[in-house]
Ligand binder design. Structure first.
Ligand SMILES: C[S@@+](CC[C@H](N)C(=O)[O-])C[C@H]1O[C@@H](n2cnc3c(N)ncnc32)[C@H](O)[C@@H]1O
Length: 350
């Protein structure tokens, strides 16, 4: 299969991109190389870009997406965008609109700007599940409408990484866009792996870690005094998947709601290596060129590569099946030989 060209916006340290490219091992399972090549990647966090560039042959550009001209981007078949998950502001109008004045909400429109000009065959966007209910459920329909009016048919679904062999409960919404009706009709989100392939925390935590990852006795005593009342000290059951880890992991404390581990009455945070494994990064993914705080942040922000690998298999199925369908329909169309806008779309598959 010919390699399809990919443009990766908000590439972070490369969780999505690793899953899309494939060719890695995780917990002794091999995830095959996929038929994609990344022709452009961008993120404005220089530490995340630094990690990214240690791990891929191609390079991510450290730049604010607002400074990137859509006309300067290379052509691509698939656009990826795990866009920042901050809330969108809704401007009270009739009909309501997403707030253009909100700098963070505005980043979504950077994707739309690029889609309208580059018109890739597919896009995959990822965000927190809360996007569906943001702004009293008003933001998501606006996002969908913007994407549809850019010429795409859409399918979206909340996927939990635990259902795909990742030892973490992490629910994220995936929005997949299709320029072509045949692609849209053929696409199905991936099915969960079987129960024997699911992973839990004990599959990835380390037996012995540096003392610096343990909280002080004073912090533990303080936490235990208020634990009942405040539901804090979220120690994880290692027989279960971990609760969602986030970029906040860098600042985890016993007073936050972030997951921690209890070991023989002592509490500790995860090491960066454990956090990376909880996110399903392969062991040979290099994070250590930046500080541990920067590592936690990039890791917590990422899409688990194993989850993304499963999502991209669904797209590969569509590409393969429509190649066959389109070559059949091409013969028929050639016989009838009428000017038909579908013809050019179908030629494109061959
Ligand atoms: C949710 S994270 C993406 C994680 C990435 N998809 C992965 O799987 O590793 C969002 C990213 O958007 C980047 N970002 C935020 N504002 C940006 C901007 N104005 N231009 C470019 N990147 C931006 C952040 O640095 C962050 O890495």
């Amino acid at each position: 299969m010919e390699l399809m060209k990919v443009c990766s916006l908000f590439s972070g340290c490369g969780g999505i991109d690793k899953g899309v490219i494939g060719d890695f091992s995780y917990l002794e399972k091999k995830f095959a190389r996929n038929p994609f090549e990344i022709v452009y990647a961008v993120d404005n966090d220089k530490y995340a870009v630094d990690i990214y560039n240690q791990n891929f042959k191609h390079k991510s550009v450290c730049e604010d997406i607002k400074n990137i001209s859509e006309y300067a981007l290379p052509d691509h078949d698939l656009l990826l965008g795990g866009f920042p998950c901050q809330s969108f502001s809704i401007v009270a109008q009739n009909p309501p609109r997403l707030g253009y004045k909100d700098e963070r909400g505005k980043l979504f429109f950077e994707i739309v700007r690029i889609l309208k000009v580059k018109k890739p065959r597919f896009f995959i966007l990822e965000n927190v599940k809360g996007l569906l209910s943001a702004n009293k459920k008003m933001a998501f329909p606006i996002i969908i409408k913007e994407l549809e009016s850019s010429g795409y048919k859409l399918k979206y679904k909340v996927l939990n990484s635990f259902d795909f062999g990742v030892p973490q409960k992490r629910e994220r919404v995936f929005i997949v866009g299709f320029r072509d009706r045949l692609d849209f009709e053929a696409f199905e989100f991936p099915k969960s792996v079987c129960d024997t392939e699911r992973k839990v925390l004990k599959d990835v935590i380390l037996q012995s870690v540096d003392d610096k990852y343990f909280f002080s006795e004073k912090a533990v005593a303080g936490m235990l005094r208020v634990k009942e009342k405040m539901n804090k000290g979220r120690s994880q059951n290692i027989e279960q998947p971990c609760n969602t880890i986030s970029a906040h992991l860098a600042k985890v404390s016993l007073n936050s709601t972030d997951p921690v581990l209890e070991e023989n009455g002592r509490y500790r945070r995860f090491t960066p290596l454990e956090a990376a494994k909880i996110q399903s990064f392969p062991d040979n993914f290099v994070f250590s060129t930046v500080s541990e705080n920067r590592q936690y942040r990039a890791i917590g922000n990422a899409v688990p590569p194993v989850l993304m690998w499963h999502v991209i298999q669904s797209l590969i199925s569509v590409i393969k099946s429509n190649k066959i369908k389109s070559s059949r329909s091409l013969k028929k169309i050639t016989r009838n030989s009428t000017a038909n806008s579908e013809v050019s779309v179908q030629y494109a598959f061959i």
